[in-house]
Design a protein around this ligand. Structure first.
Ligand SMILES: *[C@@H]1O[C@H](CO)[C@@H](O)[C@H](O)[C@H]1NC(C)=O
Ligand SMILES: *[C@@H]1O[C@H](CO)[C@@H](O)[C@H](O)[C@H]1NC(C)=O
Ligand SMILES: *[C@@H]1O[C@H](CO)[C@@H](O)[C@H](O)[C@H]1NC(C)=O
Ligand SMILES: *[C@@H]1O[C@H](CO)[C@@H](O)[C@H](O)[C@H]1NC(C)=O
Length: 659
């Protein structure tokens, strides 16, 4: 308690502690990033271009070096300016320092160091030492198309062919002759899949129709995720005004972005909510048994994996060939290498536990964590079948999850929130313990998942007893408060961006334990409020019809969006100049490209895979068993329950599959 009081006093007088520079002084430092001309460098015969990091130092007293060191010491909000990053055309910029043409371009370390040291010394009177070469590109380098590229190309061709055949089969044989047809071929019918994509939510069952808010929530949460990744990937590469990032910590509006990662966990809540709700609908007509667990897990794997595998394969093969530039290998090539190494961990959904410092599709930690939690949640639901057993199981799990969070934070001495410091962007959090050990793991996200499960159980229960919510209409303001309160919770993370001292352990542990559940409890309240029509303000937004298709393709869009962002940043020939306007433009481009490319991906891969899974499970079992249908949608990123079946029933296809 005493610590807390001291901390809060420090908070109030914080601005005095920080070492800050005005812009004139700031510009006295050597630029953090710079890139030589790339394409003209490689046009010359023997041209060599290297991307490398250099450490600055001074042998004798240097006021400038002291200033750089003092400024960099403030790790939380400043880049480490004692290390500079350069793309250098060795054969042109460093021509004077090349002693032996063959040896010095083959191993340019000495040349680079002498050259950079010279130019830094000339201007700043401090020295530079080579820290490491990221890579060198040579005029003679050719980009080879290897076996994997060919295999993936063949897969593309097969997929396109299947879709063409399936669509023709549908039009020529089934529609004309009004025959049921082969469900496996019909799975690839683009026109049927299109009808599913644009169909309204859950026509028929009023209970399912009430779930349409999930499309809106999914889409809007996805926009938030795209937003944070846009900023992240820019700060990951070369920026010509790092001061823009460093200054943004002082801007309260941008604190929403820094702590906005909280919003990501909404996916866990939606996922578990739908799972709990669907499972109970399913249990109305079927007996729940332990055997449903492996089946449910297998179905989820079959539904998510084909699209995922195709995107990972594209990242590790053809994406590499799509562009070039000084930063291409840093931003795009490095991911391809990592994916070739760790693809198995992704396909087993354990990539949030297994990795080294190389990142393959880092955003997919969410898929792994969600799958792990799904396995746990489904087991809990099929094991605890009575109302009482479920209540106590949920309560116990929730308490356990809080203890897990507190223990991790305390024992591993973690931060309360993932501190978005500039240097952590540079390696996409690979060195950040709070991110690696707490943020992305499955078991540490259990608390929010449990809240979603509870929400799903309550929603079903209240629907089944026909609970009347009209008498609560007077408390609508409480419901309206949820959103502003949520924003407040997000902003409260700013507490941990103070300059003076590190937050005391008590505060860190308490905050880390409770901030996610508190925020997600508000989300669950909004979900329940919309389902039971407590108000129509939020509801009219999230239930907008236009979100229906976007919500359905959001899984594909999620998988695709970083490819566009990396492609854009990686093909820059000069360090990016960041500004609010530029970030917004790139965000809009990301949204547009991801969602419009997600539609073909959904039509040609995701929907057929789901239909095939459905057909396989329907034919191998009792026809009346519609378990595949039910589980099919127990994931936040794919459809909400009911839509596929109802869309199918409407077109007569549902009967086809079963006969
Ligand atoms: C920046 O700070 C230096 C030293 O503190 C001072 O001499 C200079 O006038 C300042 N420049 C501006 C633009 O405020
Ligand atoms: C900055 O980078 C240098 C070189 O990698 C390192 O020695 C130094 O400790 C870093 N400074 C801070 C404040 O992290
Ligand atoms: C260049 O490298 C070769 C083989 O490593 C070595 O024999 C030769 O002495 C080197 N030349 C110079 C000038 O360093
Ligand atoms: C950098 O250049 C200066 C001036 O030419 C020289 O005195 C110093 O030894 C060089 N340092 C390194 C690390 O090469």
């Amino acid at each position: 308690m005493y610590q807390l009081v001291i901390y809060l006093t420090v908070l109030r007088s914080c601005s005095a502690v920080i070492y800050s520079l005005n812009e004139t002084e700031y510009n006295k430092m050597p630029p953090l990033y710079a890139l030589d001309e790339y394409s003209s460098c490689l046009l010359e015969p023997g041209g060599t271009y290297c991307v490398a990091d250099f450490d600055l130092f001074a042998e004798h007293q240097s006021a400038l070096m002291d200033m750089i060191q003092q400024y960099s010491a403030h790790k939380m909000k400043h880049f480490n300016h004692t290390q500079i990053h350069r793309g250098v055309c060795v054969t042109k910029t460093c021509e004077r320092f090349i002693k032996d043409q063959t040896n010095d371009t083959a191993d340019p370390r000495q040349t680079l160091e002498a050259c950079l040291n010279h130019s830094i010394w000339e201007t700043y009177k401090i020295q530079a030492r080579l820290n490491g070469i990221r890579y060198c590109k040579r005029a003679s380098d050719t980009i080879d198309i290897d076996t994997y590229d060919v295999i993936v190309a063949v897969v593309y061709v097969i997929l396109i062919a299947l879709n063409v055949i399936g669509s023709f089969y549908d039009v020529v044989f089934c529609k004309k002759r009004k025959k049921p047809g082969n469900p496996y071929l019909l799975a690839f019918s683009v026109s049927r899949n299109w009808n599913r994509l644009v169909a309204p939510t859950g026509t028929g069952d009023p209970r399912l129709e009430r779930l349409k808010l999930f499309h809106g929530m999914r889409t809007m949460t996805m926009f938030c995720v795209f937003f944070s990744h846009t900023v992240l990937i820019m700060a990951f590469a070369y920026v010509n005004n790092p001061l823009f990032i460093e200054k943004s910590y002082e801007d309260p509006a941008k604190q929403i972005l820094f702590n906005g990662s909280l919003v990501t966990h909404t996916f866990f809540v939606m996922s578990s909510f739908l799972m709990a709700f669907n499972l109970q609908l399913h249990a109305e007509k079927h007996k729940l048994g332990l055997m449903q667990w492996p089946k449910g897990v297998l179905q989820r794997w079959l539904r998510l994996t084909p699209t995922y595998a195709l995107v990972l394969a594209t990242i590790s093969t053809w994406m590499r060939h799509l562009g070039s530039g000084p930063l291409w290998d840093l931003v795009v090539g490095s991911e391809a290498t990592a994916c070739r190494q760790y693809w198995w961990a992704h396909l087993l959904y354990v990539n949030n536990y297994v990795y080294e410092d190389a990142w393959c599709a880092p955003q997919t930690w969410y898929l792994a964590a969600d799958t792990q939690l799904f396995c746990f949640g489904l087991l809990l639901c099929v094991a605890a079948r009575s109302k009482r057993a479920r209540c106590s199981a949920l309560l116990l799990t929730f308490l356990a999850s809080l203890v897990i969070l507190a223990l991790h934070t305390y024992l591993q001495d973690l931060e309360a929130v993932v501190i978005q410091s500039p240097e952590t962007y540079r390696d996409l959090y690979a060195q950040d313990n709070t991110f690696r050990l707490l943020y992305i793991r499955g078991h540490t996200n259990l608390s929010t998942y449990t809240l979603g499960l509870a929400g799903g159980f309550f929603a079903y229960y209240w629907q089944s007893i026909g609970k009347d919510f009209t008498k609560y209409k007077n408390f609508r303001w409480l419901f309206w408060l949820c959103f502003p309160l949520g924003v407040l919770v997000i902003l409260s993370g700013g507490l941990f961006y103070t300059d003076g001292a590190r937050a005391p352990t008590t505060l860190r542990v308490l905050y880390a334990t409770f901030y996610k559940p508190v925020f997600q409890a508000l989300v669950v309240m909004i979900i329940l409020g919309c389902i039971f029509k407590i108000d129509s303000v939020y509801r009219s937004v999230v239930e907008w019809r236009g979100f229906t298709w976007a919500g359905r393709v959001s899984y594909s869009a999620f998988l695709l969006h970083t490819m566009f962002q990396r492609g854009l940043v990686g093909s820059q020939a000069q360090p990016t100049h960041m500004s609010d306007y530029y970030v917004m433009t790139v965000l809009c481009a990301t949204i547009f490209l991801s969602f419009s490319c997600a539609v073909p991906l959904w039509l040609c891969v995701e929907a057929p895979a789901a239909a095939i899974t459905r057909a396989a499970f329907a034919s191998s079992r009792d026809r009346r068993d519609i378990l595949p249908e039910d589980k099919d949608r127990s994931d936040a990123l794919t459809d909400a329950r009911g839509e596929k079946r109802d869309a199918l029933t409407a077109s007569g296809e549902w009967r086809d599959i079963r006969s």
